[in-house]
Design a binder for this molecule. Structure first.
Ligand code: FAD
Ligand code: SF4
Length: 329
């Protein structure tokens, strides 16, 4: 590892003040399960620099909690994933989030990894993670290796100049639940729908979120579930013991009087950002669930643009969505 300055902080105010001072040279260190791996591997590129200052937020007690509030549940960004996976409150109110957290990584990862780190983790594209591919666009270089290379795990939607898929299991689950995130900065804080927190490569090729260099993800707020709502999270992975999703889907529906009221569907593993399936959602609304499944699955895969080796993901997306909807019907 290269040398770096290390700061421990005990408040959000201290953290954002240090971020503001060091800006692009600093990185937030939470559980370290992603960041330290990248630093140990010395992943660098023309615009991907190893951090010169680490701001360790593990000592910020105000970031670690799961709280029920009047309009839903609030989870601090420093909460470890194991606490979310084992929370009775989450299991009762948001079964699909409980299912997503339980399928994420292995116990060791869930014990150190945090909610904020999971939502802000960097992509797993093997060219991005490979030291020999420093010229990748996402590192500030001049090419994308995926279209002409090994691309079986890459994006089938929204690629254009970079074909990463967002690796988080919690992001699609929370987007299906219509969660918002609180972003803290030295000027105060702002709330943003989680869906708008992520940006594709057309907007920012060097990062995956809207976070500025002086900003910290502080919390996630999930609205109270709608009456008669039901949800499911399904994840297709190659290695059953533990793995990132080839395709995952989070479905959150409300069904009343035999027909679907609200519907939110988000996919993981298909696009550079967690992908809302708005056409499939529209196809379900107002219909008897069982009768609308086939058309919704067809609509979900419309517009896909597979690369040479990942066309199977289009069928897989239809398949996991069908299974999730059947489980809820
Ligand atoms: C073997 C293995 C298997 C895995 N399997 C899965 C899986 O199946 N599903 C899945 O979803 N993930 C999986 N992961 C990824 C894992 O969930 C993440 O590494 C973890 O959640 C990151 O959390 P952390 O607290 O350790 O983050 P860190 O490593 O500390 O940080 C990760 C990134 O987020 C930034 N960051 C952290 N917290 C904040 C914050 N509050 N505000 C702003 N920026 C922040 C850091 O600067 C860094 O860029 C796996 C990882 C490993 C190593
Ligand atoms: S998909 Fe993105 S991260 Fe991967 S090689 Fe292409 S530009 Fe780089």
């Amino acid at each position: 590892m290269k040398p770096f300055d290390y700061y421990t902080v005990t408040s959000v105010a201290q953290a954002v003040s240090l971020l503001s001072k060091h800006r692009h040279k600093a990185a937030v260190l939470a559980g370290g399960s992603d960041l330290l791996a990248m630093m140990k591997d010395r992943l660098e590129g023309p615009k991907l620099k190893l951090p010169a200052a680490l701001i360790d937020i593990k000592g910020i007690k105000e970031l670690s909690y799961i709280k029920e509030q009047k309009n839903g549940v609030r989870i601090g960004a420093g909460t470890v994933l194991a606490d979310i996976a084992s929370s009775e409150l989450i299991a009762k109110r948001y079964p699909l989030l409980h299912q997503a957290a339980g399928q994420l990584g292995v116990p060791q990862i869930r014990n150190v990894g945090t909610l904020g780190g999971n939502l802000c983790q960097r992509p797993r594209c093997w060219y991005f993670r490979g030291k020999s591919f420093a010229n990748c666009f996402r590192k500030g270089g001049g090419t994308c290796y995926a279209p002409g290379g090994e691309n079986r795990y890459h994006a089938v939607f929204g690629g254009s100049n970079c074909y990463i898929v967002h690796p988080s299991d919690l992001a699609p689950a929370l987007i299906a639940l219509d969660a918002r995130v609180e972003i803290a900065s030295p000027k105060g804080s702002r709330m943003v729908p989680l869906e708008k927190f992520y940006v594709g490569p057309d907007k920012n090729i060097l990062g995956e979120t809207i976070l500025g260099p002086q900003e910290l993800l502080a919390a996630v707020e999930i609205p109270a579930p709608a009456a008669a709502s039901r949800g499911a999270y399904l994840k297709l992975k190659e290695r059953q013991a533990f793995d990132f999703a080839i395709v995952s889907v989070a479905v959150n529906l409300s069904v009343a009087g035999g027909s679907v009221g609200q519907a939110r569907i988000a996919f993981g593993g298909l696009a550079p950002v967690p992908l809302r399936a708005v056409k499939a959602e529209a196809g379900l609304k107002g219909k008897a669930l069982k009768d609308a499944i086939a058309a919704a699955c067809k609509a979900a895969a419309e517009g896909a643009e597979p690369l040479s080796q990942n066309g199977y993901k289009v069928d897989a997306a239809r398949g996991v969505l069908e299974e999730a909807l059947l489980s809820l019907a």
